[in-house]
Design a protein around this ligand. Sequence first.
Ligand code: FE2
Length: 342
Amino acid sequence: MNAPIKAEDQFHQLIHQNHMWGLWEIASQMTPHPRPEAIAYQWKWSILKEVVKQSATAVPVGDERRAMQLFNPGLNGQWATTNTLIAAVQVLLPGEVARAHRHSPAAIRFIIQGSGAYTAVEGEKVIMHPGDLVLTPSWQWHDHGNETSETVVWMDGLDVPLTKALNAIFFEMGKELRAQNTKPVNGSQALYGHGRLSPTWTKERPQFSPLMLYSWDQTLSALHALRAREGSPYEGIALEYTHPQTGGPVMPTISCRVQMIRKGEKLKARRVTGSSVFHVVQGRGRSMIDGKAFDWEKGDIIALPSWALHAHANSGTEDAILFSISDRPVIESLGFYREQTE
Ligand SMILES: [Fe+2]
């Protein structure tokens, strides 16, 4: 004879069948601190380089860009490098054009190799060189073209997982391969690329930075100008790329930073709310992330989940430079920012 079903079990059946769960059944999800499903993960340049090389002959640049998306192994096949950001490595061969399109997720490009190709953003052709940061903000038409004789490679960074979580993804493919060039080449740099000096006659104050190109020359000279300073004990000589009119982040959802970890420098450990993706621009080093060592060199890309205890150190013979994107503007504007040091 079957034992009679207890009233408590009957009650649970009733609520589950009707799409309800007791808080007592799920309370463990209210964790004392963030417990991301994304893991710290490193894509080594030695592998990326091979992928870049083989991609050139294995796949064409069709309507979809030749961009290899970095999927976080902790996120079960989701289109995500961290819970909020996707990073990719994109390749454009001589003579290729990636069709014009626009999307609500905001995107940045950090140029890894190849000089002189362009990204056209809302009618402005932006010429790209290694180390440059190029923006394609939310819903701005953009296409990429390589009129040079060398292969161009860059890292893409987008807020796709965040936009998706908010059910705010929009996408539109252009009718023409290339958008019309309606503005001067590198025009936004001529207008807004003078630090805290901005033109008074331009009336637009977009939420995203109106400066589409942050050139490596300027970035590197700023890092060198500050090299002798103490800097941050956690980040070294760390700089944020800013909106020239507001001083805020370059996008409402993405902060872009660059940091120099000087030869011999060993930074202190810290955890912060929000996730990041790092790209090694130069040098070698070791990052300890939640007790695990990640030895990195030029070209590597590393995902850093929220609240992971991390400390970077230079282990090479020259200054190391890391570029990174993070969701910090979202975290800060919602009042969720916290940090903890050991
Ligand atoms: Fe795009």
